[in-house]
Design a protein around this ligand. Sequence first.
Ligand SMILES: [Zn+2]
Length: 390
Amino acid sequence: MAHRPVVGVDNARGKAYGKATGLYNKHRKYSEQWNPWHPFQSAHDFQQAQSFSQQTKTWIDQHQRRGLDNFKIESFQSADALQKLLSEIDFRLGDDSWIEDHSHIFGTLYYRDIFKCFKFLLAHLPFQAHLDFEPVRLADSESRRIYSEMNTGDWLWDMQDQLPAGATIVPVICASNKTHLTNVSGDQHAWPLYLTIGNIRNDIRLTPKKRAWILIGLIPYPPKGAKNTDDAWHSAVGTVLSPLRKLDITGSGLKSNCADGFQRRCYPLLAAWVGDYPEQVMIAQVSYGSCPMCEIPKGAPMGHSTCRALDNSRDLHVYSELLDETNIDVLHTLHVHPICYQFWQFPLCNVYRLWQPDELHQLLLGLVKDLLHWLVRYLKTRNVKDQLDN
Ligand SMILES: [Zn+2]
């Protein structure tokens, strides 16, 4: 199947504004080509250094003096020199990228400056060949539209129309989940908040080892039986994402170096949220049991296949008007909490479309789990389950 762009590259979208500076050039010390093993000169030196990590200083010095390796290490000759190189390794955003906020009721909120995170991901050299900066329309040989990466969808085109010419959209994807850490040593919990950007292609984004996701916050976990947990969550997440909410989309955007060696004016927009159903209900502020995406009656089957077909999507503008008119009863019948909250205020964000299909929640925990239940029930009623087990 031939993939060809229907609309060609032009400068109105994802435009480059001059050469990137700083970060882009810092690894070019040893050769014209980017050296991914920096500050080591080669993969061999890096691997050797890695194998030395558990050894003492004396052992490393002796090993280097004996020179028993077939391939000599070029980057360092002593334990001290190795130590110096290790201190020069780029530790991503660094420990000092964390900010502490003690103003939250259930404990300290730890978070990172998300604009620094965007800049880091956009300029991360290993992603150089895996970044998209502008929307495209792809089609097969019979002119049928192909949807694959985020920039091949309609959403990016719709957003681009509402931003200044030359803008580069940075689709922001967040993920959060209450996590149970320990049972026997104090019932420890965490509530991490992660972030990645849709400019990074799928295969990289979905490979954990490529580290395209950044931990941007640790939300204070409410104690057992606590009230107002939704409010506390929204207030913590609001603090972390406030630069995104306050971004002026009519302005010049966030100037960022990109890994392809150019600078762009970036407009990070909240595009999707990966989370389970309870988390989605909390984000959408609808009542439990109702659909976060549409106004389908409670109890009816919901999900991306049923909800998309029905033309009754939730609309924050309608809800906002109902709220202004204090039409609380109508909001209640639609299972919407009658409050104006931060997710209504993110630029060009539709909070009711943040929920996207994902493999874990829809396919594995949804479809596959459901099918297995059905299958086991079927086998039991036919008295053949034992036979299958055997
Ligand atoms: Zn629905």
